[in-house]
Design a protein around this ligand. Structure first.
Ligand SMILES: [Zn+2]
Length: 309
């Protein structure tokens, strides 16, 4: 399972911020909990038999083309589509159906049931055949207890503990006749993946970061100082003396996550602290997937996958 672009970008931002930001750290903690919840869920889903496809963080447009909906986990089976929103919360959760809020102690959160129902409406537009869609909020934390008010609300059926899901899904699949062929399961999964547009926010703007707040240079893997320099075709840390293999690569990736895939020699020299234009030129020629323009002011396009890999 790979991290989301947002998660990877926040980690780069956090690493580069000279003065740590509480706001960024809190957002990273949310991403980490979400990631852990999905990982747990995937562990339980691996018990399911039969031809299925599982898609993660799939983000698709609504028919109007402007708004998008993002499904954390989508399980495609021959007779049912399961939309799962994993909530990795511990403690006592109250799903208040009157106010449509999720409450834990003094905190309130957006109602995940309303969210999965919205995802269901979005997904319906992408189906050629009327396959039943079951939206579920999965509680993945081992120390969670949930309550619903009013306690007899029919919305109870949308909440499941992660460990219950394989058995409930098996039961459902046994009762229903398949609607999709095995081939159609794969075709649908491939089509959704094709139109998937990952959430790719500009975190520098979102957190109102000025360039002066960001650390320049290349970080040493060993002592974590920003003191790596290129000396006679070798990367050496001037703080601990370590000789390092490709320490510039994480720096190039940080650049892509914070400023995008396009860069020019001068920007990269400033960001990495490498003074030699010809050394930077060599690196950019090696890693760029595309170039635009001639010699002076040439724009290099770095790999899009670096946003999350
Ligand atoms: Zn070092």
């Amino acid at each position: 399972m790979k991290k989301s672009i947002l998660y990877a970008k926040l980690e780069s931002l956090d690493r580069r911020l000279i003065k740590p930001s509480r706001e960024v750290k809190e957002e990273i903690a949310r991403c980490a909990a979400g990631f852990e919840g999905e990982r747990k869920l995937l562990y339980y889903l691996s018990e399911i038999n039969g031809p299925i496809r599982i898609l993660h963080d799939i983000r698709l447009p609504f028919p109007n083309g402007f708004a998008h909906f993002q499904i954390d986990t989508l399980v495609i089976t021959r007779s049912l589509l399961l939309i799962i929103d994993a909530k990795h919360f511990s403690g006592h959760l109250i799903f208040d159906r009157n106010t449509r809020q999720l409450i834990r102690g003094q905190q309130t959160f957006e109602d995940p049931i309303t969210q999965v129902l919205r995802h269901k409406r979005g997904l319906e537009h992408w189906l050629d055949k009327p396959v039943p869609i079951l939206p579920v909020v999965a509680l993945t934390h081992p120390n969670v207890r949930m309550e619903m008010t009013p306690s007899d609300s029919a919305d109870q059926s949308f909440i499941m503990y992660a460990q219950e899901i394989p058995a409930k899904l098996d039961e459902f699949l046994h009762q229903k006749n398949p609607i999709l062929t095995e081939k159609e399961v794969h075709l649908l999964a491939n089509r959704l993946q094709f139109y998937h547009k990952p959430y790719d926010p500009d975190v520098v703007t979102q957190f109102r970061i000025c360039p002066e707040q960001l650390q320049q240079g290349i970080q040493c893997f060993q002592c974590k100082q920003w003191s790596v320099k290129r000396v006679k075709r070798k990367w050496i840390c001037f703080n601990c003396g370590a000789a390092l293999k490709d320490p510039h690569l994480p720096a190039l990736k940080d650049y892509v996550r914070l400023f995008g895939v396009r860069t020019v020699n001068r920007q990269m020299r400033e960001f990495t602290g490498i003074e030699s234009a010809s050394a930077v030129k060599k690196l950019l020629r090696k890693w760029a997937v595309e170039k635009e323009g001639e010699t002076k002011g040439r724009v290099y396009i770095l790999p899009e996958e670096w946003k999350w890999e």
